[in-house]
Structures are given as C-alpha cells and as structure tokens.
Design a protein around this ligand. Structure first.
Ligand code: HEC
Length: 154
C-alpha cells in the first residue's frame, strides 16, 4: 500500500472543499450586485420595464415630471424634500444618490432599476415606495425628469 499517495489525496480534497467554500461565500456576498458591483439586480417583475420611446426628450413629459418631483402635482409626493431642487440630496435626504453627478454609480443604472426603486422604495432607508401614489405613467415622467439633472435628458 502506498501511504504517501493516500495522504496527498486527503490533503488535496481538503483544499477542494476549502476552495468550494470560498467560492460559495463569494457568490453569497455578490448575489445582490450586478457585474460592476454598482447597483443591485432588478427583481424579475421589474426587469422588462422601460421608458416609453421619446419621453426623455419630450418637454410635456419633462414638465409633468418636474411638477411631480416638486410636489405641485400632488402635495403628498415631494421628491424634492429629500432629493433637492437640483438633484443633490438635502439634509433630510442624507444618503440619497446625487442625481446631478454623472459619475454617480446609480445614475448610470437602468431605468428599470429606478422604476423598481421608485415603485417599491428601499427597505431599511427613508426612501418610500410610490406605487400607491403615482401611476406607472407618472413614475416614468418623474424618471425622465431625474435624467435632466446629470445628463440633460440623455
Ligand atoms: C423622505 C425622503 C425621500 C423622499 C420623499 C424621496 N426619496 Fe428617493 N431616496 C431617498 C433616500 C435616502 C435614498 C437613498 C437610499 C439608499 O440607497 O440608502 C433614495 C433613493 C432614490 C433613488 C435611487 C434608488 C437606487 O436605485 O439606489 C431614486 C431613483 C429615488 N430615490 C427617486 C425618488 C423619487 C422619484 C421620489 C419622489 C416620487 C423620491 N425618491 C422621494 C429619500 C427620499
């Protein structure tokens, strides 16, 4: 019998198990982030949501979005209170992304990502969900307006 052979075999298996655990741990750690690690993955029911064609450049849509954002359309919806007139978070909205900063990682996320967050809010933060206050159409209007802060409607 070759004892040395058995020994290296056991050691080799130990390493494999260790490696598998490290990979598993890594998967668990990153399962909620996309490949760039910037923003979370959008849940399946929101993945296919997309901005209606042409809305980001449509002045009527943008002014409707502005009215929602600033609370003129509906006083109980006031994004501006936390996100600021120019897209920079206010004192109350501390921790919110700066929508006026084009390098802000979450301003480069997909529209589906914003649509999801605006609809459902973000748990464990003060960002509320708005799907009971805003129709889908209104949510797209406000997202079109959000885009004007950092990339002027692009
Ligand atoms: C009470 C304050 C508050 C109000 C009102 C509010 N937000 Fe937020 N919002 C936040 C905060 C804080 C965050 C950041 C949460 C975090 O990631 O920690 C946030 C995050 C976001 C994000 C980024 C989500 C992401 O993917 O990370 C979007 C988009 C957004 N808000 C849009 C809106 C819109 C549109 C409205 C109005 C309909 C609104 N918010 C109203 C506080 C607010």
């Amino acid at each position: 019998m070759n004892n040395a052979g058995i020994k290296t075999n056991v050691v080799g298996r130990g390493w494999l198990v260790f490696l598998a655990l490290v990979i598993l741990w890594g998967l668990l750690l990153f399962r909620n982030q996309d490949v760039t690690g910037a923003c979370e993955l959008v849940p399946a029911d929101y993945q296919d949501k997309a901005m209606p064609v042409g809305w980001k450049e449509d002045p009527k849509v943008l002014s409707a979005g502005k009215a929602i954002y600033e609370g003129e359309a509906n006083p109980s919806v006031k994004c501006v209170m936390c996100h600021g007139e120019d897209g920079k978070p206010t004192q109350i909205g501390r921790g919110a992304p700066d929508f006026s900063d084009p390098s802000e990682k979450c301003t480069q996320g997909s529209d589906a990502q914003w649509f999801w967050r605006i609809s459902e809010g973000k748990p464990q933060t003060i960002m509320p969900g708005w799907k009971t206050h805003l129709t889908e159409e209104e949510r797209w209007q406000v997202i079109a307006y959000l885009h004007t802060f950092a990339h002027k409607g692009k």
